[in-house]
Design a protein around this ligand. Structure first.
Ligand SMILES: [Zn+2]
Length: 226
């Protein structure tokens, strides 16, 4: 599974900083909108761009929204300490799709791998709203706890670690906390290059030769793409 970099362009000043300690799940209240539609709607509100950090469509495609280390605009009183994930659909009357739910589990695990354990809420558990509709939040938390997630869909090693004498640090965000190590010659997948973080790649790699995948940011200087 792979996170798609949306390449959104944010207007004006970046929002304040974000220190993620919780994950908050939303729905779009729209059956067919794209991440670009939401970005446009939120710009029409006078915001710098989409208020969520991620968007997952019904096919299970995961798109980036606002960078994780920027304050979000999705949940009053929680925007500087959470990651906001929005699901396509009107979940009062539609059900989350299997592909979408699987991607939600994958994404939440990916975030926790990088920042550490944190609680998962539905928007309505924190603000006066019915968002995200009928999504079963207790089941979501149970499924996360049971760890029944396959991470391997679509993983393609397309780059190599080079020019490193001992090891290359993997970080949860550019210049931020170290969450793993890569060794010379190790193979990995480069997911994207973010124009907001020039010189950094968001990569996915296998942990110690196992089939468990982990993602994070590495300096592009030490990665050679195929
Ligand atoms: Zn919401």
């Amino acid at each position: 599974m792979k996170i798609i970099h949306s390449n959104l362009h944010f207007n004006g000043n970046k929002a304040g900083s974000n220190n993620p300690k919780e994950i908050i799940v939303h729905h779009a209240e729209h059956s067919t909108c794209s991440v670009y539609d939401i970005d446009r709607w939120h710009k029409d509100n006078g915001w710098c761009g989409i208020g969520y950090h991620y968007f997952i469509d019904k096919q299970g495609n995961i798109y980036t929204g606002r960078p994780e280390d920027w304050a979000g605009a999705h949940c009053i009183d929680h925007n500087t300490k959470s990651i906001g994930i929005c699901l396509q659909g009107r979940l009062q009357v539609e059900n989350v799709t299997d592909a979408q739910y699987k991607s939600l589990l994958y994404l939440i695990n990916d975030i926790k791998n990088r920042y550490g354990e944190m609680p998962v809420y539905g928007h309505k558990e924190l603000n006066q709203t019915d968002c995200p509709g009928n999504l079963d939040l207790d089941k979501l938390r149970r499924d996360l706890e049971n760890g029944t997630v396959s991470n391997n869909d679509g993983y393609v090693e397309n780059a190599t670690v080079i020019n490193v004498s001992s090891y290359l640090n993997v970080r949860n965000k550019p210049n931020n906390e170290i969450i793993g190590k890569l060794f010379p010659g190790e193979r990995l997948q480069v997911n994207w290059v973010d124009s907001d973080y020039l010189g950094w790649y968001y990569v996915t790699y296998k942990v110690d030769g196992t089939n468990k995948l982990k993602s994070g940011y590495v300096s592009a200087k030490y990665i050679k793409k195929d």
